[in-house]
Ligand binder design. Structure first.
Ligand code: PLP
Length: 421
């Protein structure tokens, strides 16, 4: 009977709200994401709670998105004020938060004058960048990108993504793309010719588990592009806006790109992205070439301005550097300084609050699972790497709380794996 089923559903909701919600998720959404482990219902600072009421220290920030943590007063105030004033204008009219945000982003770049396109997310920031390159270098359509890179799921950004398993089912693309091993400047030099329109690179590979290139790689990429006349596009969607302790991850090297794309951390949880084109590249798009209904939405732009203001006012770039160092050292010493590093941990890579822990065996999923059951959110972008991308407001006490649990998490994950075989 229908009534009986409803009663059972209500009962399940009360007894096991987590399971009930995840079951409903699975029943209604397409299969692309798989079954999430838990639903989250609220957050404050660096803590989030699930529907059963369990608390977690959020060391992932919605994949490098919630730069100010959760329910930060500056973000709540800015969004609330703007939504009560004017929620949307379309791009047929100008709005002040969008203008201010574009001005701020241009000034953060420093150096040569840039022009801005505001998008909704990372993929659409990269789509804009692709069009900028195609216009600037017409009629060339050849791109060079890196193996293991990630630039988004829309068809243009996906064509430049160096993960065949997610790209190939949806090809072939209208773009001609050559993939080169990430971090190998000689391979890049060999692939880029005078026929190349643009080179797309992440300053650090995010979705492959926070893998940094050898020092000097971006500078060499700049030289290769200059020799061939190709545009250098740096995808800062994950690494930009303070994640590495600088506004942009490429600023750790002395290099000026032609195009920079941003998104994840920019809106602090609201969807906003940006494509910044420097110098001549900023003049490439012509009237009517591109657009977005929601891009430059005043509420999202107000959120981004609150994020930038707070990072500046609270010194979060320096904080990300300092707390990131502490985490890096602690993660390496899986058993504490006295016992030396845990045998599972091969390396800790990345910068600031963007860290990838390399594991000697493909047990990253087990590590993430154990960590979650002990109250810490991390993720495993690839089988042998664990990613941390906590809010930029992460404090030393919270970092230390995780570090004291880290050796036990590794040990338990190793045991769970051993028992499972
Ligand atoms: C996440 C990501 C994207 C895609 O961003 P979406 O907002 O998911 O479209 C693009 N590039 C990089 C480097 C990313 O990490």
């Amino acid at each position: 009977m229908t009534g009986g089923r409803q009663n059972n559903a209500v009962l399940a909701d009360e007894v096991a709200p987590n399971t009930a919600l995840v079951d409903r998720f699975e029943a209604v959404f397409m299969a692309n994401y798989g079954r999430p482990p838990i639903p989250l219902v609220r957050g404050a600072g660096c803590t989030v709670w699930d529907a059963d009421g369990a608390a977690y220290l959020d060391l992932l920030a919605g994949i490098a998105v919630c730069s100010l943590g959760h329910a930060h007063p500056a973000l709540v105030e800015a969004v609330t004020r703007q939504v009560g004033l004017l929620a949307h204008t379309s791009n047929l009219f100008a709005n002040k938060p969008a203008i201010e945000l574009a001005e701020r982003l241009v000034s953060l770049l420093g150096g040569p004058r840039a022009r801005v396109f505001l998008s909704n997310d990372g993929a659409t920031a990269n789509e804009a960048a692709i069009k900028v390159v195609l216009r600037a270098r017409a009629p060339l359509r050849h791109f060079v990108a890196a193996e293991r890179s990630f630039h988004g799921r829309t068809l243009g950004a996906l064509a430049l993504t160096g993960k065949p398993s997610i790209r190939e089912p949806f090809g072939p693309s209208a773009l001609e793309v050559t993939f080169v091993p990430y971090g190998d400047a000689d391979a890049l030099e060999a692939a880029v010719t005078t026929r190349t329109a643009g080179v797309f690179l992440e300053p650090i590979l995010g979705e492959s588990g926070v893998v940094a290139p050898p020092a000097g790689y971006l500078r060499q990429a700049r030289q290769v592009c200059d020799r061939a006349g190709a545009l250098l596009v740096l995808d800062e969607v994950q690494g930009g806006i303070g994640r590495t302790g600088r506004w942009f991850a490429y600023q750790h090297e002395d290099v000026v790109p032609d195009v920079v794309t941003l998104a994840k951390g920019l809106g602090g949880g609201l969807p906003v992205g940006a494509c910044l084109a420097i110098g001549a590249a900023g003049q490439a798009l012509r009237p009517g070439d591109h657009g977005s209904t929601f891009g430059g939405n005043p509420v999202c732009c107000a959120a981004a301005l609150a994020v930038l203001d707070t990072i500046e006012r609270d010194g979060l770039l320096a904080a990300a550097t300092a707390v990131g160092r502490r985490l890096t050292e602690g993660l390496r010493d899986g058993r504490g300084p006295a016992d030396g590093p845990h045998r599972l941990v091969t390396a800790v890579d990345g910068r600031g609050l963007w860290l990838g822990v390399g594991l000697s065996r493909p047990v990253a999923a087990a590590v993430v699972d154990v960590a979650r059951r002990r109250g810490f959110l991390l993720n495993a972008p690839v089988p042998d790497r664990v990613r941390l991308a906590p809010p930029l407001i992460l404090g030393v006490e919270d970092a230390d709380r995780f570090l004291s649990a880290w050796p036990a998490i590794l040990a338990e994950a190793e045991q769970a794996r051993g028992a499972g075989r």
